[in-house]
Design a protein around this ligand. Structure first.
Ligand SMILES: [Zn+2]
Length: 69
């Protein structure tokens, strides 16, 4: 599978749209919208993780003992 930059962009954009979109609300705020939380934290992680894997990105393993992030 050889993805172009455009393909990768589309995959990442799709994931970001899911986890960074709005939903309408009726709480009285001026824009009538609020952040749409896409499921549990684990589900949000899975969406991002899948997108990173789908573009062939080498996913970082954070090490709390080091400061390389
Ligand atoms: Zn609102």
């Amino acid at each position: 599978m050889n993805l172009t930059l455009q393909n990768k962009f589309d995959i990442i954009l799709h994931a970001l749209e899911i986890i960074g979109s709005y939903e309408t609300c009726d709480c009285g705020c001026p824009q009538k919208r609020q952040g749409r939380v896409a499921g549990t934290p684990a589900q949000v992680w899975a969406i991002a993780n899948e997108a990173l894997r789908n573009i062939g990105h080498e996913i970082k393993v954070y090490d709390e003992k080091s400061s390389n992030y």
